[in-house]
Write a protein that binds this ligand. Structure first.
Ligand SMILES: *[C@@H]1O[C@H](CO)[C@@H](O)[C@H](O)[C@H]1NC(C)=O
Ligand SMILES: *[C@@H]1O[C@H](CO)[C@@H](O)[C@H](O)[C@H]1NC(C)=O
Ligand SMILES: *[C@@H]1O[C@H](CO)[C@@H](O)[C@H](O)[C@H]1NC(C)=O
Ligand SMILES: *[C@@H]1O[C@H](CO)[C@@H](O)[C@H](O)[C@H]1NC(C)=O
Length: 234
C-alpha cells in the first residue's frame, strides 16, 4: 500500500518520492479515475546508455538576487559565473553532490570538473538588454510548471523561507487556493475558474499535495518542496 502511495505521487506532482501521511486507495483501471499506471518500459535503447538529464535553464532578471535566493535560502552553490559581456551573463548553480546529504563539501573547481556528470543543476541567464519584466505569469499555456526540491524537513524550510521573506504561495497543510488567478492552481495546470477545478484539487489531497510547500523564486518561478522519504517530521 505504501509503495502504491509512493508510486502515485509523481503522477500529479513530479518524479520524486515522498512519504505521504495519507494512504491513497487505488482504483483499478476499469473503475475510473484517478488511476495509476506504473511504468512497464523495457530497457532503453543501448545507444542512449549514460544519457542523463543535467540541468534546467531559467532566464532571470538579477543574478545577484538569484544567487542569494538559491544560495542563502536553498543551499545551492555557485559552480561558475560566465560574463560574456558587461550585460550578458550565465551562472550555474547546484547543490554540492559530494553527498546528496550535504555532508561532503566540494569546492567550485571540483564542481566545475564534475559538472557534466552531475544532475539537478540550474543555469541562470541574465541580460541587461532584456527590458521586460521577468515576472512569472502563470497561465495554462505555461510549459514550466515548477522546480521540485526534496528536503528532510519541509516545515523547517517553510520557516527559513518566511525568515528570508520569500513569496510563499502555499504553506504546508494548506489547500491550494482556487481563487481566480490562483498562481498555484494555474502553475500546476488547473484553471481555477473552471467547473472541474474543485474536482481536480480534491484528489491531490490524497496524493500528498497538501503537505507540499510552494513558494516563488525572485522571478516568480514556482518551487515545490516535499519531504524526503523516511523523515520523522511528516
Ligand atoms: C476492477 O474494477 C472492476 C469494476 O469495479 C471490478 O469488477 C474488477 O473486479 C476489478 N479488478 C480488480 C483486479 O480489482
Ligand atoms: C552522506 O553521503 C555520503 C556519500 O555521499 C556517505 O558516505 C555518508 O555516510 C552519508 N552520511 C550520512 C549522515 O548519511
Ligand atoms: C525580512 O523582512 C523583515 C521585515 O521587513 C526584515 O526585518 C528582515 O531583515 C527581512 N529579511 C531578509 C532576509 O531580507
Ligand atoms: C472567476 O471568474 C469567472 C469568470 O470571470 C467568474 O464567472 C467566477 O464567478 C469567478 N469566480 C470567483 C470565485 O471569483
Amino acid at each position: 500500500m505504501k509503495l502504491i502511495a509512493v508510486l502515485l505521487l509523481p503522477l500529479l506532482t513530479s518524479l520524486t518520492i515522498v512519504c505521504p501521511p495519507v494512504h491513497y486507495q487505488p482504483t483499478n483501471s476499469t473503475a475510473g479515475y484517478p488511476k495509476l499506471t506504473p511504468g512497464t518500459d523495457g530497457p532503453a535503447d543501448p545507444a542512449t546508455t549514460q544519457y542523463q538529464f543535467n540541468h534546467v535553464a531559467l532566464l532571470v532578471k538579477d543574478l545577484a538576487e538569484t544567487r542569494k535566493f538559491y544560495g542563502d535560502l536553498l543551499g545551492m552553490r555557485m559552480i561558475f559565473l560566465y560574463e560574456e559581456t558587461e550585460d550578458y551573463s550565465i551562472m550555474y548553480m547546484a547543490h554540492s553532490q559530494g553527498g546528496k546529504n550535504g555532508t561532503e563539501y566540494q569546492t567550485g573547481a571540483e564542481m566545475i570538473a564534475e559538472k557534466n556528470d552531475m544532475q539537478g543543476l540550474i543555469e541562470f541567464t541574465s541580460s541587461k538588454s532584456f527590458t521586460r519584466s521577468r515576472e512569472y505569469v502563470p497561465n495554462t499555456r505555461q510549459t514550466l510548471s515548477h522546480l521540485g526540491l526534496i528536503v528532510p524537513d519541509v516545515k523547517a524550510l517553510q520557516e527559513r523561507a518566511e525568515a528570508f521573506n520569500a513569496t510563499i504561495l502555499k504553506r504546508v497543510d494548506d489547500a491550494p487556493s482556487l481563487d481566480n488567478g490562483s498562481v498555484v492552481a494555474l502553475g500546476f495546470g488547473i484553471d481555477p475558474a473552471s467547473e472541474e477545478a474543485q474536482e481536480l484539487i480534491a484528489p491531490t489531497k490524497a496524493l500528498g499535495f497538501f503537505q507540499f510547500l510552494v513558494f516563488a523564486d525572485p522571478d516568480g518561478n514556482l518551487i515545490k518542496a516535499q519531504q524526503q522519504i523516511g523523515s520523522a517530521a511528516v
